[in-house]
Ligand binder design. Sequence first.
Ligand code: NDP
Length: 448
Amino acid sequence: MLTNEYLKRVYEDTQNRNAADKEFLQAVYEVFDSLQPYVEKHPELEKNGIMERLVEPDRMVSFRVAWVDDAGKVRVNRGYRCQFNSSIGPYKGGLRFHPTVTRSVIKFLGFEQIFKNSLTSLPLGGGKGGSDFDPKGKSDGEIMRFCQAFMTELHRYIGADVDVPAGDIGVGGREIGYLFGQYKFLKNNFTGVLTGKGLEFGGSLARTEATGYGLLYFVEEMFRCMRCESLEGKTVVISGAGNVAIYAAQKATQLGAKVVTMSDSKGYVYDPNGINLDVMKQIKEVERARISEYAKRVPGVTYGDNRSDVWKIPCDIALPCATQNELDEESAKALVANGVQAVAEGANMPSTPEAIEYLLAHGVLFGPAKAANAGGVATSGLEMSQNSQRYSWSFEEVDKKLKNIMVNIFHNSYNASKDCGMEGNLVVGANVAGFIKVSNAMLAEGVF
Ligand code: NDP
């Protein structure tokens, strides 16, 4: 609960000015709540209006994206780019193409990105963008025309030293390729303006794997430090079957754990023998088909059409890797009743505030998204470095840097939680550690 007068006042004002932006307000409240002990001790924050400035994006553009479908019909979607905060580096954050995208979703993601990017220790500001366009069921030609139309407007606002978008839900290698091609065409300029690019045109090895791998490096370090245990033999439940989920499952398996579930927006599969990733990748990455296909192809697998039932499967570790607010209090109760030891967020804000409170109150190790899924943007930062140098590192080099970054993020968050008198509460630790660098830079740079 917010008890600090300054934070309470700024939050109420934010509520009044953004009444319709539910997800954004949820993200702001969570950050404010955990910053209270730090804000109490730093009156210069109020004097310099840091929190008022922090919740107001530098700029937010919304634009029409008109394109022509295969039947010759003109379609119109809405595009967004939120440039939230550039105090420690150029805006950086992914693009999401999904029918659930709204101004509020983009703002919440952009706000979270400020702290996540700060935690990576790389010089990256926070931003996010996307569209309510639904890539499902569209032909490659339609995807290309949409991406070209989207970039025709977006290119005015971005640049390698200004704002560097990447992928997110619905935006993978194919979409980044089309977006990059259109930017290059419009600007006649080959720069590292997007990350997650193909390896042939400036992409980084290990970027595809980075968010999922990074999540597991974080979880591995969390278990090593807080439980003196490895991941060997642990049972893992994962939601989602996209980029983050697939590579989280791959690294968990490499580290000796067994992943027994994955899901998509239509349902989930439970495979007691451990998910066969070759089959899953074929279905999700190549065929772009529904997850129910997995149950048809692999013997002994159960398919359920209520995707939130994944949290009812007994496990040691739960990794929500699909979307926001997918793990609620009821799911948290089911996980605790079945003896879960840790929950770490691969997706952005997948756990509701009530779920987080319940898990922490029951001694479950909890890795919040800002810290646990920062491996993707960190590797995007490494892709930017390689582009600037006109050079590329090997898979092993990038993977080693990624692992170091994730281990450091864990320790910085853990140490910050200790400094705040809440040892082991990584929600507080990650928010405080991410915030300090950003607020110090804002104080140093003057009022904007
Ligand atoms: P993908 O599009 O590759 O996969 C998303 C997965 O989540 C799919 O299985 C999808 O199912 C499911 N999903 C998406 N939206 C919903 C919804 N509203 N309800 C239920 N299921 C849904 O995305 P990513 O794997 O890249 O992203 C997953 C999460 O991780 C997001 O929260 C993203 O912000 C976060 N993230 C991603 C990073 C990255 O590098 N890609 C970096 C850091 C965070 P279906 O196919 O049926 O829609």
